[in-house]
Design a protein around this ligand. Structure first.
Ligand SMILES: [Fe+2]
Length: 200
């Protein structure tokens, strides 16, 4: 599927309700981000036309202070990703870079020379190009994209192409879970979003 981007999928009231649920809950940390199960958010999302709550298999909040490594999210019956940006604190909106490349195995995160453990995704050393990803360009990442990705050396993104999508509170992005994606260089203190995976 192509990437679907809706500018105003969530009203201000819905965004604020979702943020309140996050702020009023206990959360837990992984090495690189704060996550929280989003079960309580389900009742709020039932009022959002763009979301089909019957298809939701996974839902969780995440709060990042650092950009997130390139990864895929595919697991078993989880075929489609939805990202709902909720809050950007002290700075410019970041971007989610959605690449044209796919990884058909179970979810994987490429962490370069960093050793990072994840609860669900497999974390591997190296760059996506050195793995069996589909639709590699065999070229350096284009400059228009690298200006969003300069938190890693340019060579780390070799073989990738794609588009940046603004992480704008209230918007919604929907894309194939097998597609690689990563966060842009952050020019804000932190960002809060809700991530959903639809079952087939
Ligand atoms: Fe993801």
């Amino acid at each position: 599927m192509t990437v679907k981007y809706l500018d105003n999928a969530l009203s201000h009231d819905i965004v604020n309700e979702l943020i309140d649920i996050y702020n009023n809950a206990d959360d837990y940390d992984t090495d690189t981000m704060k996550k929280l199960s989003g079960e309580d958010a389900m009742s709020v999302l039932k009022n959002v036309d763009a979301i089909d709550t019957d298809r939701i298999n996974v839902i969780h909040y995440y709060k990042h202070k650092l950009p997130y490594y390139p990864h895929s999210d595919y697991h078993y019956i989880e075929k489609e990703n939805i990202v709902l940006p909720l809050q950007v604190t002290n700075g410019e909106n970041p971007y989610l870079i959605i690449f044209d490349q796919y990884y058909y195995e179970d979810a994987c995160t490429w962490t370069g020379d960093m050793d990072i453990k994840f609860k669900i995704n497999t974390g591997v050393n190296g760059r996506p190009y050195d793995f069996d990803i589909d639709n590699k360009t065999h070229k350096p990442v284009p400059n228009y994209l690298y200006r969003f990705l300069d938190w890693q050396p340019k060579d780390f993104w070799y073989g990738l192409s794609g588009e940046p999508y603004e992480f704008k509170p209230g918007s919604m992005m929907q894309f194939d879970s097998q597609r690689l994606h990563a966060t842009s260089t952050l020019k804000c203190e932190e960002k809060l979003g809700l991530t959903i995976r639809y079952k087939i």
